[in-house]
Design a binder for this molecule. Structure first.
Ligand code: SAH
Length: 598
């Protein structure tokens, strides 16, 4: 891997169009399955041509995928000068301006172009044009399988030969000695697991040669990233020297450097520019430990040099052991006079994960790219019906588990059960999952039912962000957020908090202000506020923020009852400084006007 390459996760989707009809189609795609996409007119990209040699070179390093709306010939000429290899190039798909034919042009497999072409054609009602042989024979490409498990290909050049073999036999035989990779159950139906390495075309192992191999070579190794490299070195050691030392020690011990998943060292060494250069070259993260942490591990061979320079009894071995946690596989080796190398297995096995994803306030433009990616990757989507309706274009073709609002517990239980069984699950929560959302219940449930299940929260834009932006700037000063729902919180507690917020002059955001069955609470809240605030205090009421039916009014505490409020509304009550500007804006000044003149 060359240095300085952005991880694919940080990159975006670009839709390039040429004509007015192309722009329309691009907008349709952005309004549908690709809300995070950036739209660009091809003619405007062209300005860069003289400088860069190709119209698309400016955005090439930023792109994970390019959707080109126009003639395939133009697309081919534009991307041709930029091509490097299938590991680095973005996915490129080309479609005509009516969306009738959607061609997967480049990086069909690991880059995901085939999948994108299918999704796009499916959404537009067009015809996906897929030309990779494995796909048209309904075989699972080995690079797609590898990418799904985080395996590195060793050597990458072997891919065409493996694909040819796969096409010829219509299946692929796989042997795995990796207890850590846990792939047995996850093999695609056209793959066949072998008991002995000699019978397999593809070997999954972090060993240079799987035990039991006599002479015959496999077509390809898939390397699980399951080794933590521990390293200690003197300042001034070059990246190439590190590279050579690690390669030599791993080769002698019989392990593949492709299986290194992270680098572990002393905290003070993590900023060493040469180590960083080595790490970047291989796309690896560096994890640092302080002397006190390293000294908790019994080092077999304490080092005087490490003690003098860093106050640690040893570095390479304890760092590897702490970072990996799965047992030492290479004891400390001295490589030259500057470097020590050791290695440990990472973790015992992959942990199952439940993703709790914030879907934002409703509009497809208001999900974060991380949330969109998580949803796209998921097999199962669990959520409240009406929230799922808002993100319908993103969840087509997935298994849905939806239920009514009051069935949160059973919904979360089902999501946790699916995730525990190894499925990729997104539990969707409207707004932000950590604000009156599903995050808390998911964490409690996981702790009770499967302590091994990891719960990850992906944040979202909460109703308060969306509603504040619609109103202008009502939350410029300290604010309190109170839910008026007394389904889980005693009403007495809610009243006390309203009272405290009113007294302390907090701008107050009210979630769940009113529903079919709860109609009196909002009036009680207004009365409590009126006891401490002027009748003319501005109040913003926003319903369906960011959605098609968005509506907002700015009224006063006095006139509030004249306006409709329901369970899709959020109410923002100003503080003593808040004011209304014109018809549509509400402002709570921060205090700049007292400090500066403008
Ligand atoms: N986790 C969500 C809140 C769930 S509570 C979040 O972070 O936004 C449900 C309440 O959120 C609703 O009763 C309403 O008060 C508010 N809400 C959610 N989406 C909204 C939207 N698009 N516009 C206005 N209010 C909204």
């Amino acid at each position: 891997m060359a240095s300085g390459i952005k991880s694919k996760k940080d990159k975006g989707i670009f839709i390039i169009y040429l004509t007015a009809a192309g722009l329309k189609l691009a907008q349709k795609l952005k309004g549908g399955p690709f809300p995070e996409a950036r739209l660009m007119r091809f003619q405007e990209c062209r300005g860069l041509r003289d400088v860069w040699g190709s119209a698309l070179s400016g955005l090439w390093p930023e792109a994970r995928a390019i959707l080109f709306i126009g003639a395939a010939g133009i697309a081919v000429r534009a991307v041709a000068p930029l091509l490097k290899n299938k590991r680095e190039d973005p996915a490129v798909i080309v479609m005509d301006e009516k969306g009738q034919n959607v061609i997967s042009l480049l990086s069909g497999h690991a880059g995901g172009a085939n999948r994108l072409a299918r999704e796009t054609a499916d959404f537009l009602g067009g015809n996906p044009v897929i030309t990779t042989a494995t796909d048209i024979n309904s075989l699972t490409p080995v690079d797609v399988f590898a990418a799904g498990h985080g395996f590195a290909l060793d050597p990458p050049e072997a891919l065409p030969a493996v694909s040819a073999r796969q096409l010829e036999k219509k299946r692929l035989s796989v042997y795995s000695d990796s207890v850590y990779s846990n792939v047995g159950a996850g093999l695609p139906p056209d793959y066949e697991e072998k008991e002995t390495p000699e019978d397999a075309d593809v070997l999954i192992t972090d060993r240079l040669h799987a035990a039991g191999m006599r002479g015959k070579k496999p077509f390809l190794y898939l390397r699980p990233k399951d080794i933590a490299l521990g390293i200690g070195f003197n300042s001034g050691t070059g990246a190439d020297e590190i590279e050579e030392a690690v390669g030599k020690v791993f080769a002698e011990a019989g392990f593949s450097v492709f299986s290194i998943g992270l680098i572990a060292t002393h905290e003070k060494k993590t900023t060493d520019p040469e180590l960083q250069k080595f790490a970047r070259r291989h796309g690896l993260k560096i994890k640092g430990f302080q002397s006190s942490q390293l000294n908790t591990v019994n080092a077999a061979a304490p080092s005087d040099a490490a003690m003098r320079a860093l106050g640690a009894r040893a570095v390479a071995e304890p760092a590897a052991a702490l970072a990996g946690g799965g047992g030492l596989i290479i004891k400390k080796q001295k490589a030259g006079k500057n470097i020590t190398v050791a290695a440990a297995r990472i973790g015992a096995r992959r942990r199952n994960t439940l993703l709790v994803v914030g879907a934002g306030p409703g509009g497809l433009n208001h999900l974060t790219p991380e949330a969109i990616d998580a949803i796209r990757e998921a097999e199962h989507i669990v959520g409240y019906k009406s929230y799922l309706a808002h993100i319908a274009p993103l969840i087509k073709g997935k298994t849905l588990v939806s239920s009514a609002m009051t069935e949160e517990v059973s919904r979360v239980k089902e999501a946790a059960r699916l995730a525990s069984s190894g499925k990729k699950v997104c539990l969707i929560s409207g707004g932000d999952p950590g604000i009156y959302g599903m995050a808390g219940l998911a964490i409690e449930m996981a702790a009770n039912t499967d302590p091994d299940l990891e719960v990850r929260i992906i944040p979202g834009i909460s109703a308060l962000n969306a509603c504040a932006s619609v109103l202008g700037a009502p939350l410029m000063h300290d604010f309190a957020v109170i839910s008026l729902s007394d389904r889980l919180t005693p009403w007495q507690v809610i009243e006390e908090r309203l009272e405290a917020a009113a007294r302390a002059d907090f701008v107050t955001v009210l979630y769940n202000p009113k529903s079919g069955g709860r109609t009196t609470q909002i009036e009680r809240a207004r009365k409590i506020m009126l006891a401490h605030r002027d009748r003319q205090t501005p109040v913003g009421i926003v319903r369906d923020a960011t959605r098609e039916d968005e509506e907002a009014v700015i009224t006063t505490l006095e006139d509030m009852p004249a306006h409709e409020i329901n369970m899709r509304s959020t109410v923002i009550i100003g503080n003593s400084m808040s004011r209304r500007l014109g018809d549509r804006l509400m402002l709570t000044p921060r205090g700049y006007e007292r400090k500066y003149s403008y």
